[in-house]
Design a protein around this ligand. Structure first.
Ligand SMILES: *Cc1c(COP(=O)(O)O)cnc(C)c1O
Length: 379
């Protein structure tokens, strides 16, 4: 740290220089995050100093968080769902499994996740000391129910279903997982970090939420397709018993106990989610999601012109293309200024069609893609 303070203008100029090294989202097809909605940004700024870690001091902000949870609960089929605003899908997944582990006191507990699970479940295993078993996928990259069932043993405390997988955008058969969880008397956590703000707004209807009786918790991130500011994640439980088990005493705060993973917690996240949910409403989200789906299908058509097929028909706005030598295609696209990503198994090109992508830019991308694919297969 410098000894003497620096003037604000110089600081701003240094920060601007550094920010100019960041990649603007306009040509990014690899991220599940996007520009937050302007009303979310304004609300975030208004609540910048608030701390939900000490809600007695911030009664109004705490009310906002309750309201956001009620809105999310309603969206997911249970207005009485109980939860809190996390920093994102990772924290939501950790705390969901943490709550399950506390509910079932088993010496060497395990959970079963599909092989498509987000890497946050590796952190879950490490931090919580839980064995995380990976179930096979079916040919459409959904959790294979019989593989999940085969892995269940007397130490299994819960299973995980993914509604909108990070790599394929696929939705696991959550109804079947719900039936399985009920019949084995174990918990079912649904990781809808990405899909939570996509699936309810699709034309096609999928069952993935609390309307299924076996679903005990849901993770859904307002900071992905919800257009809230980062960090805003959401964790919801079927009822209050789960989080209550995580209570620790907080002797010097305005409230007596805390169930969250982090202590100090920005109320700006809650305010940003509240603002954008209320501003857009269901209709606003439907409009945006359906536009993303339209663009996704247009891109599929353009890829087919180059003889490239998607691995699955896109279910959400994630498109995985079966290109030969995906790694080389990726680096060639990077040289042309496009950020794309690769799936682990099989190695294919992964594109997330977020709202920051204009039709014009996607057409430019499709041109570059066709060119790169032509040259990659020619060499
Ligand atoms: C993005 C994502 C996560 C992790 O969320 P973070 O907000 O990055 O912590 C977890 N699960 C799924 C399915 C995701 O897509």
């Amino acid at each position: 740290m410098n000894m003497h303070g620096m003037d604000e203008k110089t600081i701003r100029s240094i920060l601007n220089d550094l920010k100019s090294k960041d990649t603007p989202y306009e040509r990014v097809l690899s991220s599940m995050c996007t520009y937050p909605h302007p009303v979310a940004v304004a609300a975030h700024q208004q609540f910048i100093e608030t701390n939900l870690g000490d809600p007695g001091l911030f009664a109004g902000t705490a009310e906002i968080e309750h309201e956001v949870m009620r809105m999310m609960g309603t969206l997911f089929g249970n207005p009485d769902a109980h939860g809190y605003i996390t920093t994102g899908g990772t924290e939501s997944n950790i705390q969901a499994i943490h709550a399950i582990k506390t509910a079932r006191k088993i010496r060497e507990p395990n959970i079963i996740v599909p092989a498509s699970a987000h890497f946050s479940f590796d952190k879950v295993a490490d931090i919580l000391g839980i064995e995380v078993q990976k179930a096979d996928l079916d040919p459409e990259f959904r959790a294979d129910i019989s593989s999940v069932e085969d892995l269940i043993d007397e130490n299994t405390i819960g299973i995980v279903g993914i509604a909108g997988t990070t790599e394929f955008g696929q939705i696991d058969p959550i109804r079947e997982l719900s039936d399985l969880a009920l019949s084995k008397n174990i918990f079912l956590h649904v990781d809808a970090a990405f899909g939570g703000f996509v699936i309810p707004f699709l034309r096609e209807k999928y069952e993935f939420d609390f309307t299924l009786p076996g679903v005990t918790s849901i993770a859904a991130d307002p900071h992905k397709m919800g257009f809230a500011t980062i960090p805003t994640g959401g964790l919801l439980f079927q009822d209050s018993s789960y989080l209550n088990r995580l209570s620790v005493d907080t002797p010097y705060l305005t409230v007596n106990s805390q169930q969250t993973l982090s202590g100090t917690r920005s109320g700006a996240s809650a305010a940003s989610a509240y603002a954008v949910f209320t501003y857009l409403g269901r209709e606003g989200y439907e409009r945006i999601v359906q536009r993303c789906m339209e663009l996704t299908h247009e891109l599929v058509a353009r890829a087919r012109e180059s003889g490239i097929e998607p691995l699955i028909d896109p279910v959400t706005n994630v498109l995985v293309l079966d290109v030969p030598d995906a790694d080389s295609v990726r680096s060639k696209l990077k040289k042309r200024g496009w950020d794309v990503s690769i799936t682990r198994d099989p190695r294919a090109l992964r594109l997330v069609i977020m709202p920051h992508l204009s039709r014009e830019n996607l057409n430019l991308f499709a041109d570059d893609f066709a060119d790169v694919v032509k040259w990659t297969s020619a060499t």
